[in-house]
Design a binder for this molecule. Structure first.
Ligand SMILES: O=P(O)(O)OC[C@H]1O[C@H](OP(=O)(O)OP(=O)(O)O)[C@H](O)[C@@H]1O
Ligand SMILES: O=C(O)c1cc(=O)[nH]c(=O)[nH]1
Length: 174
């Protein structure tokens, strides 16, 4: 079995939760894909890194990350995966008020080509918030990549950014 097959099986087994939930956007839904159960899982996290590196292997970027918290272990998994050295970064939901007062944490992204990642995206609001903060920090955003697309890829593309994802809702049987 491939890394992609192994990751898909783990997501189906561990992360799909049925029942009424409120999503980040305020929308109501009948199921949740809790990918923190995957991105923080000993066996699944390395698969996330390899699958997203493979998915974006023809894109030229020097660092990967996104809006905290869902994106954080995705960027870190990619940093640890083979395929050439990349950094990671964390985009805070708001600028830190003390210390270095950064919105984007990690090695500087100014003047560098970066990839925005997410665990799962529904509206595109979270990755597009990260894109805006990264551009303000002087980064060149080359594209956006998710583990699961819950419908956001059209909004990302409408904003003029290429978007790729490892799995659709149909892949998950949802
Ligand atoms: O913004 P959307 O494109 O619709 O995507 C949904 C967002 O919801 C989740 O995070 P959540 O807002 O629950 O916050 P967390 O990462 O801090 O847990 C997920 O990690 C995405 O960031
Ligand atoms: O839209 C969201 O907030 C959302 C949906 C989902 O399935 N999983 C998740 O972590 N967030």
């Amino acid at each position: 079995m491939s890394d992609r097959d192994d990751l898909l099986n783990l997501i189906k087994e561990l992360a799909v939760v049925h029942g009424k939930v409120i999503l980040s956007s305020g929308q109501e839904a009948d199921y949740y894909v809790d990918l923190r159960r995957i991105t923080l899982h000993a066996k699944a996290a390395p698969l996330v890194g390899r699958v997203l590196r493979e998915l974006t292997q023809d894109w030229d970027y020097e660092a990967a990350g996104g809006l905290t918290l869902g994106a954080d272990p995705v960027g870190t998994a990619m940093l640890h995966a083979s395929g050439g050295e990349i950094d990671s970064f964390v985009v805070r939901k708001a600028e830190k008020k003390h210390g270095m007062q950064q919105r984007v944490e990690g090695p500087s992204v100014a003047g560098r080509r970066v990839l925005v990642v997410e665990d799962v995206s529904t509206t595109g609001g979270s990755p597009l918030t990260a894109v805006e903060a990264l551009r303000e920090a002087g980064a060149d955003v080359v594209g956006v990549a998710f583990i699961v697309d819950r419908g956001a890829s059209a909004a990302i593309e409408a904003a003029g950014l290429p978007c790729r994802y490892a799995f659709s809702l149909a892949d998950l049987g949802l």
